[in-house]
Design a protein around this ligand. Sequence first.
Ligand code: TRH
Length: 398
Amino acid sequence: MNELETCDIFCSVVDNYGDIGVSWRLARQLANEHGVQVRLWVDDLHSFGKLCPEVDAALDEQRCRGVDIFRWASNSFAPHPQPLSRLRARGVADLVIEAFACKLPESYIEAMAAQEHKPVWLNLEYLSAEDWVEGAHKLPSPHPRLPLTKHFFFPGFTAKTGGLLLERDLLARRDVFQADFTAQKAYWRSVGVPERAAGELRVSLFSYENANVEALLRAWEEGATPVLCCVPEGRVLPQVAACFAQAAGKAGDTWQRGNLHVHVLPFVEQERYDELLWACDVNFVRGEDSCVRAQWAGKPFIWHIYEQHDGVHIQKLRALSGLYGTGVPAATHQANEALWLAWNGEGDIAEAWRAFAAQRVELECHARAWSAKLAANNLALNLLDFSREVGRIRAFEI
Ligand code: TRH
């Protein structure tokens, strides 16, 4: 099989927006940039609707931005009956992607095994900068019972990994936006945030609940540089609101203390979030997808990593920090890593912020070069190349 005309992506939303965020981004790219007919199977259309408001959570089946979207009841490990019958009628896809090791319906696996030309089956894994990823990328995993082999596909930051999701025109659009002050002014107007004041630092804050919020806001309030902080509605907002003695916050709220202004922004559809990252000087991001988008923004960023109970997340944080800091002057790298660690509970946030701010020019320069370097390794292209390779080998085996 050389041609990959159809693709099924299965996504189970564990929590937050990362699983569906990545799956939706990949689905659109395969459909709109590579002409693949994509069906996206999702078990939580409400979370999905936050990233793409056109998605109607009441529908079992719909088409949006070139992708067919199906509701999938993954918690019972069985697909919704109606889409399943349609799926049978339309057959399994040439390329089957299970996002983040979600469990495919048994009936679907049986249907894959029954095909004369077996589909290419990939497990798209979570992103990590750790060394072991290079060794695990593309490894096969034969099915214990059926004549099927699944392959692991790991996103990553080095040439021996699957790379990162990057839309074809993203960096060009970013560059146009960042060079166009009128477009930036229009953007700020559209989200109800005033124009930049001279000497001000503009920061976006997308994060989980974080024990350091108050100390960070205080450092900004008392700092010499005026800071305007944009907080999209979400998990950290109640804590930010509490710092201003507010019970809660909502889009449109603004608070001020000392040298700090806070503006609460709506949680916007996925494409529009990029503009916020492009327009700010420094971005606080979290999880997986927003962290990657901050890297494409070419601006200094601070990563709040998704916490794992055994503490391995700190190892993952250090792994990305190490890669990111390669070739960077030692003081710049140290300041960056210290702030990442402090924001994740390991260090003094106010002190780390000051050291980071002192390195901002170097960090900005590096962030730009880093995004250019990463752009050479495009996940959607790599995934299609690998799938074609697997398909070709299979064709020989028949
Ligand atoms: O939502 P997250 O915390 O998702 C996490 C991680 O992916 C983590 O690895 C995973 O294990 C866990 O979920 C279950 O963070 P992430 O990955 O950054 O996803 C957020 C998505 O929300 C991303 O696609 C960007 C998008 N977004 C918008 O579309 N609009 C917005 O206004 C904002 C702030 C974000």
